[in-house]
Design a protein. Structure first.
Length: 153
């Protein structure tokens, strides 16, 4: 433990004693907060990976749309039949719409799954943190009950 952490720990202990608060295991408190920060970092790392995945899907959608536009440009015959050109344009619009819709679905599903995993990471840490607090309070109550007993009786 560094000098600054030690002095902070001593200050917290002194404050708790002066106002009659139960004894707090400062090292355990610091460890709990370290775990909380690690859980948040894991959640953020997962979110960044999911965002990168969504960007990749959007890029794939754009590339597919551009391939379709290129195919239409090659197949379009400006001097050809108007009906034929309209049919090709209609097919192009339908394909690009389908590609965009599929990309949006995939991006939404990836975002949904990412959010669910992030929530589970944070919920797991909150649950563990509450268990650590309960255990700490139980130890504090047991210690206080032992010190309240008269000696030698």
């Amino acid at each position: 433990m560094t000098k600054e952490t030690q002095s902070l720990a001593d200050m917290l202990r002194g404050f708790a004693s002066s106002v009659g608060l139960p004894q707090v295991d400062v090292e355990k408190l610091i460890e709990t907060n370290r775990k909380n920060i690690e859980a948040l970092a894991a959640s953020a790392t997962f979110a960044a990976g999911a965002a990168q995945s969504v960007v990749q899907k959007q890029r794939q959608v754009l590339e597919a749309g551009l391939r379709e536009a290129e195919a239409l440009a090659h197949d379009l015959k400006p001097l050809g039949s108007v009906q034929e050109n309209l049919a090709k344009e209609k097919e192009f619009v339908r394909k690009v719409f389908d590609i965009s819709l599929q990309g949006a679905r995939e991006a939404a599903e990836t975002s949904k799954q990412s959010a669910a995993v992030q929530v589970k990471i944070v919920q797991g840490r909150i649950k563990a943190s509450l268990e650590e607090i309960r255990a700490s309070l139980a130890r504090g109550e047991a210690g206080a009950a032992a010190s309240d007993k008269p000696e030698g009786k």
